[in-house]
Structure formats: C-alpha cells, structure tokens
Design a protein around this ligand. Structure first.
Ligand code: ZN
Length: 200
C-alpha cells in the first residue's frame, strides 16, 4: 500500500537495509569513492575511526507535536556523529526532504543520546509555543510579539538566488517577507544570525 508521504528508500552500502533518502550519508573521498551509508553505519564507522568506544547509535521514531495554533507537525530524527560531537536533528518532511520546522542540538560524542533528545524536544517545545506570523486580510503579518525567527533557505523556484525564509514551519517567499516588513515602514529593526544548533 502506498503512503501519502512516501519516502524514497535507498539501500545502505554497509548493512544493505532500505534507508530513507534523508538519512543517507555519502561517505568517502574522491580518491576512494563514495559509499551511501545509513545513519547507523555512518555513525558506527566514525566511532571506530575516532576510537570512541561505547558510542551506541539510536534511531528515534518520528513524533507529532502541536504548534501554537494547535496544528500537528510530524518530526523525524537524524543523528550524526563527528569527531568532536554528535548532532541530533529534528525536521518535518515534504516529498521526502527535510522541510518546515527544523531543529538541531549538538552534544559531546560520549553524551547519552536520550539526554540529547530531551534537550532537543525542550528546544522544539519552546519554539513551537511561539507564533511569529499570522494570516490576515492583508496577507501574512508579524504577530504582536514584533519578533520574527526563522531559517534562511534558498528559493529554488527563483533564478536570482533569493532567500526563502521558513517561519513557524511555513515557507515564506522573499517578496512576501518584504510585504510583511513594509507594515513597519519608518521603524527600525535588528537582524541577527544564529547557527542551527543555537537558540535564536
Ligand atoms: Zn547501514
């Protein structure tokens, strides 16, 4: 039976297991060639090379969380180990690709992944509780908090290399964002950028 949000599966070059495309890492080098590894095989390989004994990969199942307006969001998780840390990502999927709300926390390689998941979920809760934009008769508007937090992405539909911003898990075009900002003509603003693992 085909699922409405069916994710493309790629078989892992390590364990042979079918793996969702968003969890596959192209791992290797130009000289030695690349292998397509699932998160578990990738992390196990990195742990072995880095001599990190005791690292245990955990695949977290998707969870559903509601936003400030009660809309449900399904989050998928991905864990990537690197030599100096471990990154845990949560993201929504659109046509099998990470999109919408996206979150990340970074921990020490020896950190317990369940503890890291706890930190990530707290961060998601804090963010989902805030509504930055709302629909109005004049289109999308900034809410009374007068603060907008979002993620900068690239607008692939546009040839001019313009940003696409993701606010409250929604994709907002640069032109639409501009119209939103025009509400504040004559006001000042502050624009600050933060790494994905930071709290904006
Ligand atoms: Zn594998």
């Amino acid at each position: 039976m085909s699922q409405p949000n069916e994710v493309q599966q790629i078989s892992c070059d390590g364990c042979g297991e079918p793996t969702p495309a968003h969890d596959v890492v192209n791992y290797g080098s130009v000289e030695d060639g690349y292998r397509r590894l699932c998160g578990r095989c990738f992390n196990t390989d990195v742990a072995e090379r880095a001599g990190l004994e005791g690292f245990e990969h955990v695949q977290f199942e998707p969870i559903v969380m509601g936003d400030a307006s009660g809309r449900p969001h399904e989050f998928h998780f991905r864990t990537h180990l690197f030599v100096s840390g471990v990154a845990l990502d949560a993201f929504e999927l659109r046509e099998g690709h990470p999109a919408g709300y996206q979150f990340q926390v970074i921990g020490k390689p020896e950190e317990d992944l369940l503890g890291l998941l706890g930190r990530l979920i707290e961060k998601m809760r804090r963010s989902l509780a805030i509504r930055h934009v709302e629909d109005s008769r004049l289109g999308l508007q900034v809410t009374d908090g007068l603060v907008v937090r979002g993620k900068v992405e690239c607008d692939l539909q546009n040839d001019d290399r313009l940003p696409l911003v993701v606010i409250d898990g929604r994709e907002v075009s640069w032109a639409e964002f501009g119209r939103m900002v025009m509400t504040f003509e004559g006001w000042q603003f502050k624009l600050q950028f933060h790494d994905m693992s930071e709290e904006p």
